[in-house]
Design a protein around this ligand. Structure first.
Ligand SMILES: Cc1cc2nc3c(=O)[nH]c(=O)nc-3n(C[C@H](O)[C@H](O)[C@H](O)COP(=O)(O)OP(=O)(O)OC[C@H]3O[C@@H](n4cnc5c(N)ncnc54)[C@H](O)[C@@H]3O)c2cc1C
Length: 465
């Protein structure tokens, strides 16, 4: 179906982006052959690092003429194989398009190129007293372009929503090479279909995003973090829905099972308070008025203690707060170090169903006799379920993962949930899409894809089974 990249194509790519930005040596392919999914690898035939929208457009025109697949890539921190070039061809890296173009204080908007690292954007706007809330735990390494393509979330979704809630304008290059500009520095805009929201979460299968305008908020002046240990795993889970039911909306409610905390301790070589507790909640509140924040955290503390919390530890200063979040953000890497072979799910349920979901996952773990560690953004219903291989025999591991994943999905769907809350379908979950969506929805989505990309050169073999 696709043509191979030959020396003539490589030469044309060099003419478009300059020789330094075209990589063809075998050794240079490795970093671009995977994302953060364990065990999924495919080498591209060539890596092209674009530095402008015009170059992206020319690369597509060439790829169309030659029928060569193009896989866009941000920072390669994805957890569903979206940036892995499973059909070979061109990796189109946006890593060099990494300028913050404008922080517009009058309109409370920031305009960036897609390769900007999310944490760098946070720092730049916070230096001006402004706030971009979406905060994927990978923020020190992932790119805004990847966040848009995955519809990334993060702990602060409980109060502030996710990436899609902040995107006001997008420039994107279609697989034909045509450049479109949608929206702008507009808080409101209902002109025609909402193509911005269609592109968000499209996992690099409809267009390549080359410029992004994001809405900003004033930076909250105060922040309090509570670390709440529980001796009973289920009590911690019940507390999540208990807080929400009391109509308090904290900034975050993160859930960490004991083994994730212990893994972090070993990984970071730092001690965590109450590390033997069955589970911890990490709750953040923010605002501008000390009295209001104090009242909320008293109330949240009381709810936690009523639900059996061992203590409510309060971190008021940046040093203690940063230590807590350093540990939370290290969980995925820490678990990877404990068990280099592992399998991660990213299911999402209505938040009140969190206790039932976590209980069901425990039962599945017992039934399959595997080590499962759950953690994540419980306050918005999104739980990361890590199945660790540990010393399980390779054959047994291969045998159990597909049915086990399917059981987790079926449980989630039975609770009114979905099979991925923020990591995407990509290459790893596409065979399960029909479990979650009916045929009519899948057909409409495939037809949309056909309109954007009739020759299927953009990120093939992703999302659809
Ligand atoms: C330790 C860890 C913690 C994480 N925590 C979170 C979290 O809290 N929340 C969360 O949502 N995710 C999280 N993730 C997943 C991941 O970081 C996000 O999906 C992130 O958005 C990926 O960004 P990236 O730049 O690395 O994208 P990549 O992995 O490079 O690409 C991801 C997808 O986006 C496409 N793409 C990239 N750039 C563009 C572009 N400019 N235009 C069109 N398509 C493009 C790619 O083709 C691919 O399909 C975590 C990952 C890790 C490893």
């Amino acid at each position: 179906m696709y043509k191979k990249v030959d020396s003539e194509v490589v030469e044309k790519l060099r003419q478009i982006v300059g020789a330094d930005n075209v990589l063809v040596e075998a050794d240079d392919m490795e970093p671009y052959s995977h994302d953060e999914v364990v065990g999924l690898r495919a080498d591209p035939e060539v890596v092209v690092r674009a530095t402008s929208t015009e170059q992206v457009s020319q690369i597509f025109q060439l790829a169309q003429r030659e029928r060569i697949p193009v896989t866009p890539r941000g920072a390669g921190m994805g957890l569903s194989g979206g940036a892995v070039p499973v059909c070979g061809g061109i990796i189109l890296s946006l890593e060099k398009m990494n300028r913050i173009l404008e922080i517009d204080e009058e309109n409370l908007m920031v305009t960036v190129e897609p390769g900007v690292i999310t944490g760098d954007l946070h720092q730049a706007v916070e230096a001006e007293g402004l706030f971009y809330p979406p905060d994927p735990a990978s923020l020190d390494s992932c790119s805004i372009g990847g966040n848009i393509a995955e519809g990334a979330g993060g702990p602060r979704a409980v109060k502030y929503g996710v990436t899609k809630d902040y995107v006001c304008g997008l420039e994107a290059v279609l697989p034909s090479g045509q450049v479109i500009t949608c929206g702008g520095k507009l808080v409101k805009n209902v002109t025609g279909y909402n193509l911005i929201q269609l592109l968000i979460g499209s996992e690099g299968t409809l267009a390549v995003v080359t410029k992004i305008t994001l809405r900003l908020l004033p930076l909250p002046r105060l922040r309090v973090d509570l670390l709440v240990p529980f001796n009973d795993f289920q009590a911690a889970a019940n507390t999540v829905s208990g807080i929400i039911a009391q109509r308090i909306v904290p900034t975050t409610i993160e859930f960490m099972e004991r083994d994730s905390v212990l893994a972090c301790e070993r990984y970071l070589e730092k001690e965590f308070p109450f590390h033997d507790a069955a589970a911890h909640l990490l709750i953040q509140l923010d605002g501008n008025h000390r009295e209001a924040i104090d009242a909320d955290y008293d109330k949240v503390g009381d709810i936690c203690l009523e639900n059996g919390a061992l203590d409510v530890l309060v971190a008021l200063g940046p040093r203690d707060q940063d230590r807590l979040w350093e540990a939370r953000r290290a969980i995925i890497d820490a678990l990877k170090k404990e068990s280099p072979i592992n399998h991660m799910e990213d299911v999402v349920v209505p938040r009140a169903e969190i206790p039932v979901l976590l209980k069901g996952i425990r039962e599945i773990a017992e039934r399959y006799a595997v080590h499962i560690v759950s953690f994540g953004h419980a306050g918005d219903g999104n739980v990361h379920v890590n199945v660790l291989k540990d010393d399980l025999a390779a054959e047994r591991w291969e045998e159990i993962i597909p049915p086990l994943a399917e059981e987790i999905y079926r449980l989630t769907l039975s609770l009114g949930g979905m099979i991925t809350g923020e990591h995407g379908i990509g290459a790893t979950r596409r065979q399960y899409l029909p479990l979650a969506l009916d045929q009519a929805q899948i057909e409409i989505m495939e037809e949309i894809r056909e309109v954007f990309d009739p020759n299927r050169i953009l990120n093939p073999a992703k999302i659809f089974p």
